[in-house]
Design a binder for this molecule. Structure first.
Ligand code: SAM
Ligand code: SF4
Length: 341
């Protein structure tokens, strides 16, 4: 049997997040600029390369795959990739899931279910159609809501991810919570992160402010929730930056993702693959391994597995985000749409 992937700090790597494209049909103000330049197609891993690489990770003990982007569902042929990966379900792989902006879910919900996907995360920051347009620039709230309905009709469990933005969705905190409770959806808030060179980020967004001004600490958000609900901390440990509470009045689960704090590195069980085949061992650090070169340089899976093991051996103990040291236009030079969040 192949020995599992264990990093130098004795953490088993069981979770792979894969960005399958840097392209997107939205232009969220905190994520990319409106005139974003995408990578030439030949730099992206082909669907066959993605399959070979993910299959190697499953052989090495990865139990959970999360497909992300850019917008994963705008990549041509992506459903074939999901169908292909479904052969590993129950054969080492426990779960395939995705994070999506929801714009294509009405088309693909059924096929995702057929490929063994059971849960999806849909990113949605506001329930106001005009604000939705302002923050996503190109998105339609109505279409996303149709997508969520289609996902639920197909049997998929939907979780909503909302980026907490000061002065933008602060006033919708309770509306979002109640809307999710009515729709039987869990809800997770994400603290905004300093990623990528945003150029004019947010300039034509909700109120024209930059992301650093939009930083809404989740501690503050949580305190506001506690004014209306009784919050019970849940011991649910995902190995990631999310912490969960139950709202006793609704029974609903609400999560908080605070990537800027260090409180989760000890249990970190994940690595991230970009759409160009770089493996990032930590979201907050620049060190990465070029697995595309390995994939294209050899058809030998032993060579590939060795390269993956060598990369995991470099996984750092913790990350290094710090707003105080960041430039206003973002500390990390890569975009979330490249790394996949
Ligand atoms: N396009 C898909 C979507 O929006 O769900 C998947 C990719 S997107 C990069 C993944 C997640 O990252 C989304 O929930 C998005 O809101 C979040 N995100 C993007 N930029 C962010 C930032 N600067 N800070 C925090 N979260 C961010
Ligand atoms: Fe696209 Fe997701 Fe980035 Fe929005 S957050 S621009 S939907 S990749």
């Amino acid at each position: 049997m192949t020995p599992p992937l264990i990093d130098p700090f004795a953490r088993a790597i069981e979770y792979l997040r894969v960005s399958v494209t840097d392209r997107c049909d939205f232009r969220c103000a905190y994520c990319m600029s409106e005139n974003m330049t995408f990578l030439p197609k030949k730099q992206l891993l082909t669907l066959e390369e993605l399959d070979r690489l993910c299959t190697a990770f499953v052989r090495l003990g990865v139990r959970k795959l999360r497909i992300t982007g850019g917008e994963p569902l705008v990549r041509r042929g992506i459903m074939g990739f999901f169908e292909g990966m479904s052969r590993h379900l129950g054969q080492g792989l426990h779960e395939i899931t995705l994070t999506t902006n929801g714009s294509q879910l009405d088309r693909f919900a059924r096929s995702l279910w057929d490929a063994g996907v059971r849960r999806v995360n849909v990113s949605l920051d506001t329930l106001d159609p005009d604000k939705f347009k302002a923050i996503t620039r190109w998105g339609s709230l109505e279409k996303v809501r149709r997508g969520i309905d289609a996902a639920q009709a197909a049997g998929l469990r939907v979780k909503i991810n909302a980026v907490a933005l000061k002065g933008f969705n602060e006033d919708e905190l309770f509306d979002l919570v109640e809307w999710c409770a009515r729709g039987d959806m869990d809800l997770t808030f994400i603290e905004v992160m300093p990623m990528g060179d945003m150029g004019d980020a947010g300039a034509d967004g909700a109120d024209g402010t930059l992301r650093l001004d939009q930083y809404w600490p989740l501690e503050d958000l949580r305190a506001r929730l506690a004014e209306r609900f009784t919050l019970t901390d849940l011991p649910l440990k995902t190995g990631g930056p999310a912490r969960y509470v139950r709202l006793e009045e609704t029974g609903q689960q609400v999560g908080f993702i605070t990537p800027l704090t260090h409180n989760f590195c000890e249990s970190c069980n994940r690595v991230r693959l970009t759409c160009t085949g770089e493996l990032f061992m930590c979201l907050g650090q620049e060190d990465n391994a070029d697995l595309r070169a390995v994939l294209r340089g050899s058809q030998d899976d032993d060579v590939l597995e060795r390269a993956i093991r060598d990369a995991i051996a470099r996984k750092p103990k913790g990350h290094d985000f710090d707003y105080s040291r960041s430039r206003a236009d973002g500390q990390m030079s890569r975009h979330m749409s490249h790394t996949g969040g």
